[in-house]
Design a protein around this ligand. Structure first.
Ligand code: ADP
Ligand code: MG
Length: 729
């Protein structure tokens, strides 16, 4: 077995960077060339069709059959010109990735001749027999199929020779089976709620978009080493491996010069992203060795999520060309930083205003504070729901880790804004305010620096931080589809804004003026939400105690945390607003419990196999060598000398033997626990059993394996070690 490890290492030593061919050194020459965007529509569609479709897209409606026919003709012409032979409805099922089933344009026409066809009907709707996707019981496999429908707000694009149509995925009875359908609903909800509130400040606002910039962290591992680690191949993370003597202690990788092979990988995947209209902008080395980050310029949320899903796919494919594997797991290596996906989120109007960016005068700043406070309120009231939206098996290894955002959701605003909110909370009175009082308040508000960005003291330990003109939700995992978090955030903020409008109108109807009413409601919200604001070190022990006192949610258990989707408060945000039905919500939770159970189950199997098939035999081999050595010593030396010489070796034999016995015993016990858990019917209880009874064995078994790694002859150790995985490239 050790041969595989050493031949892998030799392979890596001989690698050269792969040359990258870009279509042009000027990115704008080819940016978006594989996307059927509006300019291409203008070119390929008739004037009439172009106008109709543009209108439909802008209004966020769906196409009629006739409109679809018009669009399909243009799309087909473009796609065939680009060399496409197939088309697929591309969707986001409730697994971690995306899904596609390709069909050819090919059809048999008259005279048995092959013709290329692509109709409006197949553009807008398709019925893949996608019955094996998780649905949480909504759809039995023998029952109705699901169908996919084009989301016109996301343009079609070509990957290779396949035309991809971004779609939602719903059951025949109309229930959402994917991430996109509910995400789109929350965007409409937030638009409506935010426009209503904007009307207090600016009558020209008719549309509010949420914006999202996703920072994507990832690890790169050489392909040869990857294949020598079955745990990486099957469970996406290393399940054993002693810490490397040096890893990230010196922070010498962070922002360091990018290694050559990695650089050519980055250039290559960036080039592929540009062709698909993904505006990747930032790249750098991250903290852990072999860890990196990329970030695009922010876009409208739905597009940003599609682009992130597509980007991960591109990265995986391009990595293979460079003989790398990209790891999106949140914690592929124990003891060093894990990977997240910071969600930079804000809201923007059709008038070009970022609602979370302070403006130039008291009016725009009051609008800014209104939206800021409503987000704070939404996070406070739904901190457990937000937590549920990012909690899953793989992210649980990261959240609350020494470098990752704590498992407690709190909001960081920076000292300037904190003081501002304090002022409002204390200066606004419920009685009618005097003109002098109002002027004073407005003066203060007018003074908020236009660019808070540079004035915001950054706090890297906060899971939900205000960073000058947006919030950064940092608890989202690196492998996640960001829709999960965005559905909850959008819905929670929409719900808060709707309530805000009601509360303000009540006061206005009592005869107070608008500004005063807004101030009073803001004051109330600030006082109510105080507990969620935290400026200190989110990693500290004190914060855990303090957060408990404040009644903030800090649930360690994954299933329990996911269960918070089902509280009355969560249902109010997600169900009462019409984003999900009770049935849809419950089925999603069911899917999450099952995913958790299955992932732990896979890890337990992988670890069990590796422990018994790789590690125990290696330990025994080395023990046998030691025993032979001891026997040899006995033959060669006198009894007295033998005792002196053999002592340490005998101790080693005992230690190795003890570890081997422990591994065998623990693996057996773990299997027994799995058997018990597997017969539990209720998915929540089953997930809990996997978490409490099975999962603890993973660490216990690993402990003994990692100890053996330190003792056993390096020459026969079968798996690439941490120092090799992290430092060889
Ligand atoms: P940092 O690591 O300092 O947080 P990065 O440059 O890595 O910053 O990423 C910041 C992300 O935030 C980028 O994707 C950027 O486009 C995005 N962003 C900036 N302004 C907004 C905004 N108004 N709404 C959403 N995202 C934004
Ligand atoms: Mg960054």
């Amino acid at each position: 077995m050790a041969e595989l490890r050493f031949s892998a290492l030799r392979e890596v030593f001989n690698r050269e960077p792969v040359a990258v061919k870009v279509p042009s050194p000027v990115i704008s020459d080819y940016f978006g060339e594989n996307v059927f965007d509006l300019p291409k529509m203008e070119h390929y569609l008739s004037n009439e069709a172009y106008k109709v479709i543009k209108k439909v897209i802008n209004e966020g409606k769906s196409l009629t059959r006739q409109e679809a026919e018009l669009a399909a003709t243009g799309i087909k012409a473009w796609a065939i010109e680009k060399g496409a032979t197939h088309y697929t409805h591309w969707f986001h099922p409730l697994t971690d990735g995306t899904a596609e089933k390709h069909d050819g344009f090919l059809e048999i026409g008259d005279y048995n001749r092959v013709v290329e066809k692509f109709s409006g009907a197949v553009l807008v709707q398709s019925e893949p027999d996608a019955s094996s996707f998780p649905s949480g019981g909504i759809r039995n496999t023998f029952e109705a199929r699901g169908y996919t429908a084009w989301d016109v707000s996301s343009p079609v694009f070509i990957v290779g020779t396949t035309l991809c149509i971004p779609t939602i995925f719903v059951s025949y009875t109309g229930e959402a089976l994917d991430y996109k359908a509910p995400l789109l609903k929350t965007l409409t909800e937030l638009d409506r709620a935010a426009v209503d509130v904007c009307q207090y400040f600016d009558k020209d606002v008719t549309k509010v978009y949420s914006t999202l910039g996703i920072e994507q962290e990832y690890f790169l591992i050489d392909e040869a080493l990857y294949y020598a680690r079955p745990d990486l191949v099957l469970a996406d993370r290393t399940m054993m491996g002693h810490q490397s003597s040096k890893d990230q202690q010196l922070s010498d990788h962070y922002f360091g010069s990018i290694p050559e092979r990695v650089m050519s990988f980055m250039e290559d995947f960036e080039c592929e992203s540009y062709k698909l209209g993904i505006p990747v902008k930032t790249r750098h080395n991250e903290v852990a060795p072999n860890q990196f980050e990329c970030a695009p310029v922010f876009e409208e949320v739905n597009i940003a999520v599609d682009h992130n899903q597509l980007l991960m796919d591109i990265m995986k494919r391009v990595a293979r060309k460079h003989k790398f594997r990209v790891l999106f797991h949140e914690k592929p290596f124990a003891g060093i930083n894990g990977s997240g996906k910071h969600n930079n989120w804000s809201m923007a109007t059709n008038t070009g205003v970022n609602l979370l960016s302070p403006g130039k005068n008291p009016k725009t700043n009051l609008q800014f504070l209104t939206f800021l406070v409503n987000v704070v309120k939404a996070v406070n009231e739904n901190n457990d729901l937000l937590r549920a939206s990012v909690m899953n098996e793989s992210n649980s290894y990261r959240l609350g880790g020494h470098e990752a955002p704590p498992a407690i959701i709190s909001v960081f605003l920076g000292s300037y804004l904190n003081e501002m909110l304090n002022n409002i909370a204390h200066k606004v009175t419920d009685r009618k305010m005097t003109p002098a009082q109002k002027t004073e308040l407005k003066l203060g508000i007018g003074k908020i620096p236009e660019i808070l960005l540079d004035n915001t003291d950054r706090n890297r330990t906060s899971p939900f931080a205000f960073t000058g003109n947006r919030f950064e939700f940092r608890a989202v995992g690196s492998s996640a589809n960001c829709s999960g978090a965005m559905i909850v955030l959008n819905a929670a903020v929409a719900s808060s804004l709707r309530q805000f409008k009601k509360d303000v109108d009540v006061i206005i109807n009592k005869g107070r003026n608008k500004d005063e009413a807004i101030f009073q409601v803001l004051k109330k919200y600030i006082l109510e939400s105080g507990r969620i604001l935290f400026e200190g070190d989110g990693y500290s022990k004190e914060w855990h105690a303090e957060a408990a006192k404040r009644g903030l949610c800090n649930i360690k258990s994954v299933p329990e945390s996911i269960g918070r989707y089902l509280t009355p408060g969560s249902r109010k945000v997600l169900v009462s607003s019409g984003i999900l039905t009770d049935k849809e919500l419950e089925s999603r939770v069911e899917v999450e419990y099952e995913k958790f159970t299955k992932k732990v189950q896979i890890e337990a199997r992988v670890l069990g196999d590796l422990a018994i098939n790789h590690i125990v035999p290696t330990g025994i081999t080395y023990m046998t060598t030691l025993i032979a050595n001891v026997k040899g010593l006995k033959e060669v030396f006198s009894d007295i000398e033998f005792e002196r010489l053999a002592g340490a070796r005998k101790e080693m034999i005992v230690t190795i033997s003890d570890h081997i016995s422990s591994i065998k015993r623990l693996v057996n016990d773990m299997i027994e626990e799995r058997k018990k858990a597997n017969v539990i019917e209720d998915s929540y209880k089953k997930a809990l059993a996997y978490e409490n009874k099975v999962k603890p064995y993973l660490d216990e078994i690993r402990y003994h394996i990692d100890k053996l790694e330190l003792i056993v002859d390096n020459e026969i150790w079968p798996l690439p070690k941490y120092r090799e995985l992290l430092f060889t490239r």
